[in-house]
Structure formats: C-alpha cells, structure tokens
Design a protein around this ligand. Structure first.
Ligand code: GJV
Length: 413
C-alpha cells in the first residue's frame, strides 16, 4: 500500500466512480489498489473511495522536492559532488595522461625558469601538484602555494615530500576563494579550463584569487583564452544516432527518430573528435578572454559573432567548438606558449564539443554561415551554462536563398 500526500488543493473533478473520496491539500491517503492509471482506491481516516491519481504524490516527495530545491540553493556549486570527483584518481589520471596539456604547462615553467627564480607562485587547483612540482623541478621559485580543495591535497603533500620539494612547495587544502596565504604572489598559474572552455566555471575561482592574491604587475597563466567555432560535417555521428533508425535489419524504425533527436542532439556532445576535413570553413575565435581584465560579472553572459565562408560542398550538421589558451612569457619578448585543443593540434582529453543542428543542411562552396553565439551562465547551478547559437545560411547560387536557425543547448542544466 502506498502512503500519498496531496501536494495542492485539487480542483473539483467528476469521478467516473460513484464513491469519490473527498480530501484536502496536505492530507495523507492510504492507497489500497490502482484499478486504473487515473483513479486509485484509497482511504482517509477510515473512509474509502476513489481519488484522482494525478493529485497524489508519494509521501515525503514534497519534502524531497523541497530538499532538492534547497540543496540547489544551498550548494549551487555542487561542491560536494565536484570536489568529490577530484578526490579520486580517475580525473587526475586523465589529465596527467593528457601529454599535450601537461607538457604545455611544463614548457611554460621550463621556458620561464630563469624569471621564476625567487618568485612567489600560486598553483590554483593543483590536483596532484604536477604544475607545482614542475616549478620546483625546473626553476627556483622562493615558494609555491599549491592550493587544492579536494581530499587529493593530502596525497599531494605526500608527493611533494616523496620528491624532496617540501622546502619549496606548500600544499594548502581548501577553496582558493577561502584560504589565507601569508603573502601576495608574483605568479598565479592554474589549469582551470573545462569543456567548451568554461564548463565547471572554475575560472571564477581564478579571477577571485587574482583579485585577492596576485600582486600589482603579477603574471597570470594562462594569460588569455579563446573559444573557437567552426561549421562542420558530422556524418558518422549523424548516421550512428539518427540514420540508424531508417532501416535496421530491414525494418522501419523511423518513429524512433524524434526520440533519438531528443536524446542525442539536444545537448552538446562532449569529447567529440572532429577531423580537419569535417570543417566546412576556416574556424573563427568567437569569444576572447583577457585574464587580466576579465571580471566575474562578465561570465554571466558572453557573446560572440561569426561569419564563415563555406569552402567546399558538404552537409552542415552542426558547429564544433574548442579552445586555445596562451601563456605570455615572464620575460619581455620571450616566447608565448600556446595550448590549442583544436582539430589541427595534438588531441587532448577535452577533444572538441559538437553542437548538432535539428536538421542537417546541404551547403555549397561560397555559401556563408553567419550569426551569433551566446554563453549564458545558469543563475542557479553555477557550474552550468546554456549555449545559444543563431545562424543564417545564405547561398549565392542560381537561386539566392537563405535559411535561418537558432538552437539553445544546455550544459548541462
Ligand atoms: N581544468 C579543469 N576543468 N579541471 C582541472 C583542475 C581541477 C582541480 O582544481 C581543483 N579546484 C577546482 N576549483 C577549486 C577551487 N576553487 N579551489 C581549490 N581547488 C579547486 C579541483 O579539486 C581539481 O583538483
């Protein structure tokens, strides 16, 4: 039997059954049987009768619902889940195994080793401490404050000791926004980039730490970041998820295509590997961030524009996004290190992010695809955002035509 509560005062309905149970909002009914999906046989204070199922919810669901609301308000950063995930090795192994990513940071430290002598460094979100260990191994900073909020910090302290750098690297467990450092820092380094550059919004923590701990004239690494977009073909993804239902095993499964569309094309596809020849045009940097001037409030809404000239005929399945970050040298005129996660660079664990259109469009060379991209941060779930793409495809073929489209993708809420 199911105890149910009445979440709101039911409107009067005419029951097909003579004996309808009367009840009010907040009443707890005992459900004896469910003869139909609409009407259940229930009991309230010894009186039995039929109650409309749509007015009932499992007992305690209301509290659960409130709790759900509360946790989102109490923990909009989902810190428990977020830092919990970084307390295990899985993500750190993925990041450390990403040689393109990790070697880029190593190159930054190595090529700036002379200028790092006697500097005070903060490694924000140090994880296993790899960047801090590079600083101690390749340069002679006076101190590196390795800040890590997850339980991994305890192991990071062991790794520092194990490698004999406890005189240089100080591991501090806590959120960068909350910990206290004994001094300002000369260099703030962090590997904060998420899928589509901003997902997870760890960048906010970097900006807060910059404002609080980076001394005047100090250096932040990466010093700039860019989100890049390109219109692309995604034949294999499209056939795998959509065309598949045309005639599997000689049967017509097309009634499932709306479901497939909802399930596979509504959200972006993370970890998509785009081939260079899937690109229908040259890519375009749509959002550029200067890490010295970027403000937290700027993260709420970030706009970009694009204008692509289609270079070859093909099918426009969607847009692919990736990011590039730059690490300006500490020395005047020194070399800037670049970490590019695009299709023409060595692959990284981020790969690229694919945004599938509702309907593929055939395009010809010379067509143009122009429009805007809007990244809007989720006002409640602070690590999430939506990506809205607006586009206009204009063909200059024999029949001048243009097609406009817009689509909003949640990442992930
Ligand atoms: N590139 C990313 N998308 N993630 C890679 C870096 C994430 C690391 O920084 C830590 N981390 C993230 N935010 C913070 C913070 N505000 N304070 C301290 N550690 C943090 C997190 O626990 C993890 O170990």
């Amino acid at each position: 039997m199911l105890a149910v509560s009445v979440p709101f005062s039911p409107r009067l309905t005419v029951s097909p059954f003579a004996s309808q149970l009367s009840f009010s909002s907040g009443d707890k009914l005992l459900v004896h049987t469910k003869p139909s999906s609409d009407w259940w046989w229930a009991e309230l204070q010894g009186v039995t009768g039929y109650a409309p199922a749509s007015y009932l919810q499992p007992d305690g669901a209301e509290e659960e619902e409130e709790e759900e609301e509360d946790t989102s308000l109490q923990d909009p950063w989902q810190d428990e889940e977020y830092f919990g995930s970084y307390g295990t090795l899985k993500l750190h192994l993925e990041m450390l195994s990403d040689k393109t990513r990790t070697e880029a940071y190593r190159q930054v430290i190595f090529s700036n080793s002379a200028s790092l002598r006697n500097k005070v460094v903060m490694d924000l979100g140090c994880g296993t401490g790899i960047i801090s260990l590079f600083c101690a191994q390749l340069a002679q900073p006076s101190v590196v404050y390795a800040v890590e909020a997850s339980s991994m910090a305890a192991y990071t302290r062991q790794l520092v000791k194990q490698n004999g750098y406890e005189e240089v690297v100080v591991v501090l467990q806590g959120r960068a926004e909350e910990i206290e450092l004994p001094e300002q820092v000369d260099v703030l380094v962090s590997e904060w980039m998420g899928n589509c550059l901003l997902f997870e919004f760890m960048v906010e923590s970097v900006l807060l730490a910059r404002d609080r701990w980076l001394r005047e004239g100090g250096v932040i690494w990466p010093s700039s970041a860019a989100l890049t977009l390109v219109p692309c073909q995604a034949d294999s993804y499209f056939s795998e998820k959509m065309a598949f239902w045309e005639q599997p095993y000689g049967l017509d499964f097309t009634p499932l295509q709306p479901l497939a569309h909802q399930e596979f094309f509504t959200k972006p596809k993370f970890s998509h590997l785009i081939e260079p020849n899937d690109c229908l045009s040259a890519p375009c940097d749509v959002i550029c961030l200067n890490m010295y001037t970027l403000q937290v409030k700027d993260l709420e809404e970030m706009n970009g524009q694009f204008h692509f000239c289609v270079e070859k005929p093909g099918v426009f399945h969607g847009f692919t996004a990736w990011f590039t970050v730059h690490f300006k040298s500490l020395e005047e005129g020194g070399t800037t290190v670049e970490l590019n996660t695009g299709p023409n660079s060595e692959p990284t664990h981020w790969k690229q992010t694919l945004f599938m259109l509702d309907k593929p469009v055939s395009v010809c060379a010379g067509d143009s695809i122009s429009g805007t991209i809007l990244l809007r941060r989720n006002p409640v779930w602070r690590r999430h955002m939506t990506v809205t793409l607006n586009w206009n495809i204009s063909s200059t073929g024999e029949t001048d035509s243009s097609q406009v489209g817009t689509k909003t993708f949640p990442m992930w809420r």
